[in-house]
Design a protein around this ligand. Structure first.
Ligand SMILES: Nc1ncnc2c1ncn2[C@@H]1O[C@H](COP(=O)(O)OP(=O)(O)OP(=O)(O)O)[C@@H](O)[C@H]1O
Length: 265
């Protein structure tokens, strides 16, 4: 991996516990994420990875603990507030509009950034419609840049549902990038992919991290996939943190080895 500058802590997860009735999905989980880092959360099925991401994302409200983003501590946040703070995510089960083109799906990622619709601008200033059009053009230009970056130019106008799964995952990444996030949460970005697609996705994740400087938190249950691209790894098992460190530290951690040997992974 190329040398890069990892900065201060941007995201700090403190003593998070989450229960669903009698099920303890997460128990007293703490870890931090540093600026410009690729931070993986791994663990066998049911370990609590998606629940953790949903807490960071404001989808679940943990019963205990707090999450700080750039030094501001939150106990309860909704998804919109999280997005406005600059945290975007992709989903394990793609959340794309299958009938819409690649471009239009990526434009939905610009929604938060669109200050005013054509109509709103026209009401404020009857001569201002040109301004709104300029704004729209600037958003389209940004989206085209992402399309080039992700090498999906040939599919710009294709309805997303017609693309192979690996490319749909790439479009989902593009939609999140269109939000210009500071922190990108990736929910199993390589699940269901073949080896070549996994290699492509790994390269795009590293390029996003490198070229846009985006901090990345990704979850994955296949230990091998993330070890090459992560700076540090948190390991969950049955809702508890059993390991946290560099890929080498985690690989040689006895508790992690036995958690993985005890499963089919
Ligand atoms: N909405 C929910 N309602 C009830 N139980 C839930 C809910 N979400 C998660 N759980 C439970 O919490 C535990 C952790 O699940 P979670 O989906 O976070 O694990 P995971 O590590 O992401 O698993 P996978 O790799 O299979 O996606 C499981 O026992 C699961 O059944």
């Amino acid at each position: 991996m190329t040398q890069k500058k990892i900065g201060d802590v941007v995201l700090n997860v403190q003593n998070i516990s989450l229960r669903f009735g009698g099920v303890k999905a997460l128990t007293d989980i703490s870890f931090d994420v540093r600026e410009h880092e690729v931070r993986a959360i791994i663990g066998p099925n049911g370990a609590g990875k998606s629940s953790m991401l949903n807490c960071i994302n404001g989808v679940y409200q943990p019963q205990e603990g707090s999450i700080s983003f750039r030094g501001r501590t939150f106990r309860h946040m909704n998804s919109r507030q999280v997005a406005e703070m600059g945290i975007a995510r992709t989903f394990q089960n793609l959340a794309l509009f299958k009938g819409m083109s690649v471009i239009d799906n990526l434009m939905t990622g610009r929604n938060l950034r669109i200050r005013s619709g054509l109509l709103a601008q026209a009401f404020r200033n009857p001569f201002g419609i040109g301004g709104a059009q300029k704004e729209e053009e600037a958003h389209r230009e940004f989206v085209e840049h992402i399309i080039d970056f992700l090498e999906i130019q040939a599919h710009r106008k294709t309805p997303v549902g017609q693309l192979p799964y690996g490319l749909q995952k790439r479009v989902d990444l593009g939609r999140a990038l269109a939000m210009e996030p500071q922190v990108l949460l990736l929910d199993e970005p390589m699940a269901g992919m073949n080896l070549e697609e996994k290699q492509d996705m790994s390269r795009f994740i590293l390029d996003v991290n490198d070229e846009f400087g985006t901090t990345i938190v990704l979850i994955e249950h296949d230990m091998g996939v993330v070890m090459d691209i992560s700076d540090r790894v948190v390991v969950l098992d049955y809702g508890k943190k059993i390991g946290d460190g560099t890929p080498d530290e985690v690989r040689s951690n006895e508790e992690v080895i036995s958690a993985y040997l005890g499963t089919s992974h």
